[in-house]
Write a protein that binds this ligand. Structure first.
Ligand SMILES: *Cc1c(COP(=O)(O)O)cnc(C)c1O
Length: 337
């Protein structure tokens, strides 16, 4: 069985389970869980922010960030393809009464700051109040350019916006860029990290920012039912992956490129390996809908996300041999057509 649907499907390793089972724990709602506290201070220190908060999911971490930056009746500006606009059930609007103002993403995943500027509303009671700019890195597997990141801080300061990063896969961006970790998050007032994607933890995300911001987020997390008790059991896995699984993301990137190059050799598919930067590969079926291919692969225990385009994601539980098996199965499918 090999699963290319997402990097969320990774299985906890034996070493990780061992650490989880022996982690010292306490009641984290009282602030008493030593393993959660260690993870939060480790992450904050490492990434150069004042504080961090352990959250149940990336969706929760983004929601806390938007609600901690914005008041009811404010708005956040984000990409049309932003996870926190498109794939989080409209939580910011539903639960925070914060209106999204989406803007078309550029081809490289960034938001054109002239278009952002044009969307910022003047102080007029007809309008929601523009409060926050939210970006995503990586987005669709792409790394936001470093020179773009350098333009953000002056822009938000000039326009009186807070700046948030959905960094679910920020370590993929960091490893790919080869830059100092902090350089990719320095411009942002707040950012998230998903521990449960390519890093390989079973559960959990982090939200990072100033002490004061994290205090507000902690209050909202409790209100949303996200106050967890002996959460050190899962925080131990988060600590493990931050200490052990960051550099190995480069293997996932190499595997994704290899996968894309192999897909590109199949004439019934269209795939552009030069667009692959990290661990996500898109390909399009040229002849029919991808659902027939997905069904044929699933019969052989190979899973991927059908669609136009289809999506294949590499992670620590798929290797080059799994990719070769996948490619052979796709070729076999078309040979039998
Ligand atoms: C997966 C993901 C999230 C949400 O994380 P969950 O833990 O699945 O809630 C947020 N942003 C991006 C970019 C993601 O890929």
């Amino acid at each position: 069985m090999s699963d290319f649907r997402s990097d969320t499907v990774t299985q906890p390793s034996q070493a990780m389970r061992q650490l989880m089972s022996t982690a010292p724990v306490g009641d984290d709602v009282y602030g008493d869980d030593p393993t959660v506290n260690r993870l939060q201070s480790y992450a904050a220190e490492r990434m150069g922010k004042q504080a961090a908060l352990f959250c149940s999911s990336g969706t929760q971490a983004n929601l806390l960030a938007i609600m901690a930056h914005c008041q009811r009746g404010d708005e956040y500006i984000c990409g049309q393809n932003a996870h926190n606009y498109k794939y989080e059930g409209g939580g910011a609007a539903v639960l925070g009464s914060v209106q999204p103002q989406p803007i078309e993403n550029e081809a490289d995943g960034s938001l054109n700051l002239n278009k952002v500027k044009a969307a910022i509303k003047s102080d007029d009671f007809h309008f929601a109040k523009s409060r926050l700019l939210s970006l995503e890195n990586t987005i669709g597997g792409k790394v936001l350019p470093m020179d773009y990141l350098a333009t953000l801080r002056p822009f938000v300061e000039q326009n009186n916006l807070a700046l948030h990063l959905d960094g679910a896969r920020i370590f993929n961006a960091i490893v790919k860029s080869g830059e100092d970790e902090r350089k990719l998050v320095d411009p942002f007032d707040s950012f998230t990290i998903c521990l449960s994607k390519g890093l390989g933890a079973p559960i959990g995300s982090l939200l990072l920012g100033s002490e004061e911001f994290i205090a507000r987020a902690t209050r909202i997390r409790k209100m949303l039912g996200g106050g967890m008790r002996q959460a050190g059991i899962i925080a131990a896995a988060g600590q493990y992956v931050l200490e052990n699984n960051v550099q190995r993301l480069a293997d996932d990137h190499a595997n994704a490129l290899y996968l894309a190059e192999q897909l590109a050799t199949i004439e019934e598919l269209s795939c552009e390996p030069n667009l692959v930067q990290t661990n996500i590969v898109y390909a399009t079926c040229l002849k029919q809908q991808s659902s027939a291919l997905a069904a044929a692969l699933a019969e052989q225990g190979i899973l991927m996300t059908a669609g136009a385009p289809m999506r294949f994601v590499t992670h620590l539980n798929v290797n080059k041999q799994d990719i070769d098996t996948l490619i052979a199965a796709i070729k076999q499918f078309y040979a039998g057509q």
